[in-house]
Design a protein around this ligand. Structure first.
Ligand SMILES: [Zn+2]
Length: 506
């Protein structure tokens, strides 16, 4: 008898707590609502229940509500990082701070030609979900590796190999990939013909996917590289996006307007071309991209690079497996240590990295990486302000400070300090506009029925704190972040919740 009684009361208790759970909602009050559409801020309260936003307006808390007092701060949709490498961090630190601490709630990965197969991503996110939502492109270089072999990429693909890539790509798109990404400046796909890219892009377009590209050149041959992506947009009629748009050739600094004229002209002719951008005047990449001719031992090319393509006095090695002592030092400083000119040092470092790779064939991870000071502030401003640009971090964790500070830097430095655009507009570029580009129907805007991806931020203090010396410093002014209705970040700490889902293209 006792046993049955206990069972019944346990059952009742369970049902009761289930009912409480089901009704329990959170109401966020005393906020300025910036809803992600670009509309001016307004005062309202937002109620979330489960993973959704269920009410917006002059709401009265009821007994079941957990009340969050926003203290007059801004409540915005969680930020969508349209070009992200954060999965590298989140796959190791699933509740990691790199995304949530800057207000990011969704990352779009598979960038620059490198991606994960959708099956492994699906499995990963089912078994080991991470703090942020994840969406992914399929990378062209990854396709080339499968079709051509990892060590045989410095050439055009054969017709058969292209067919193989097309069929894998089609299947990935069917499994929910958002489209094709290329990293044409990198050697793994630099040698692919224009036709190979077009052929793959056409498969993507037929599946109603998107095309995003780290274009073939961001410096000496940028014009031709822009022509190439415009042509892909023209032939396929699908949306094409220039990844992390920049002018990394000192001789062309100040000419962002000319690039935008060209892009606007293409748009007028019906090409759906846009861009994403991160808010810094330095990039993070391999030393090898500093040799557009891929002549890595040519002193004249190295000298041109130090004059035109990056500033060796301000460019810092952020990864160097052959000699970790060099990490954190500028190319000029390493040159002084080695008694060399910066150009010679550049050649030597690349050679050391190559030798290291040969000697350690099983080494995984990047052997070398540099934060290269290469862009002008004026051009960054011009590109940021272009109505067709959405915001990205291009970041991971560590190395370049964008991994922790890209979004808060836009809001602090470019919105509050330089007044480049209103806060609502900047937030639109991080949320609603990005959601429209990717076709996320129920994210990116604060609206009833949408997923409760939210950030509570203080517009008076929000600012990035990460820099090259302390690349993981947490931003100021991000008070609370929710992903799918669950609080993931508060008071500069992760809550440990892991509500991220894999978003698949429908
Ligand atoms: Zn890139």
């Amino acid at each position: 008898m006792g046993y049955i009684k206990l069972s019944i009361s346990t059952f009742l208790l369970f049902s009761l707590s289930f009912a409480v759970q089901a009704q329990r909602s959170t109401i966020i009050t005393n906020i300025q609502l910036i809803d992600g559409t670009g509309k001016p801020a307004s005062s309202a309260s937002v109620r979330i229940q489960g993973n959704k936003i269920v009410a917006i307006g002059a709401l009265k808390p009821n007994k079941m509500d957990q009340v969050v007092d926003g203290n007059g701060k801004v409540l915005a949709p969680g930020f969508i990082d349209s070009h992200s490498h954060h999965f590298g961090d989140l796959s190791k630190n699933r509740a990691g701070l790199s995304t949530s601490s800057q207000g990011i709630t969704t990352i779009v990965i598979g960038q620059d030609g490198n991606g994960y197969p959708m099956d492994s991503l699906t499995k990963w996110m089912n078994e080991k979900p991470v703090v942020s939502n994840v969406a992914s492109y399929t990378g062209q270089s990854s396709l080339r590796e499968v079709a051509m072999g990892e060590n045989d990429l410095y050439r055009n693909a054969t017709v058969l190999e292209i067919e193989k890539m097309k069929s894998i790509l089609a299947s990935e798109l069917d499994k929910g990939s958002f489209g094709l990404s290329t990293g044409l400046e990198y050697e793994a796909s630099f040698y692919s013909s224009h036709q190979e890219v077009i052929d793959l892009a056409k498969v993507t377009a037929a599946h109603k996917g998107l095309y995003t590209s780290h274009i073939r050149s961001e410096d000496l041959h940028m014009d031709e590289a822009i022509d190439e992506i415009i042509e892909i947009g023209r032939q396929t009629k699908m949306p094409v996006q220039v990844s992390h748009i920049k002018i990394a050739n000192k001789l062309n600094w100040g000419k962002a307007n000319l690039i935008l004229e060209k892009l606007n002209q293409a748009r007028k002719e019906g090409v759906n071309i846009t861009a994403d951008i991160y808010p810094y005047t330095f990039w993070n990449s391999t030393l090898r991209v500093l040799f557009p001719g891929k002549d890595f031992d040519n002193l004249a090319s190295a000298e041109m690079a130090t004059r035109q393509l990056f500033d060796p006095n301000e460019s810092v090695l952020v990864q160097f497996a052959p000699n970790p002592n060099y990490i954190g030092k500028t190319i000029t400083a390493i040159g002084l240590e080695r008694n060399e000119q910066p150009a010679q040092t550049l050649i030597r470092l690349i050679k050391l990295a190559e030798d290291f790779k040969k000697a350690n064939p099983n080494y995984t991870g990047s052997v070398e990486a540099i934060a290269g000071k290469a862009m002008s502030e004026e051009d960054v401003n011009t590109f940021l302000a272009w109505p067709e640009t959405i915001i990205c971090s291009d970041g991971n964790a560590g190395g370049h400070p964008r991994g922790y500070g890209a979004f808060t830097r836009v809001l602090g430095k470019y919105v509050r300090e330089s007044n480049l655009m209103p806060l609502e507009k900047a937030i639109f570029k991080m949320t609603g506009q990005s959601a429209d580009f990717f076709g996320f129907k129920n994210r990116g805007r604060i609206a009833v029925g949408n997923f409760a991806d939210l950030v509570l931020l203080d517009p008076a203090t929000v600012m990035d704190e990460a820099n090259l010396k302390n690349s993981k410093a947490l931003s100021k002014g991000i008070a609370m972040v929710w992903v799918n209705g669950q609080l993931v970040y508060q008071a500069q700490k992760a809550t440990g919740n892991l509500p991220g889902v894999l978003i698949k293209r429908k």
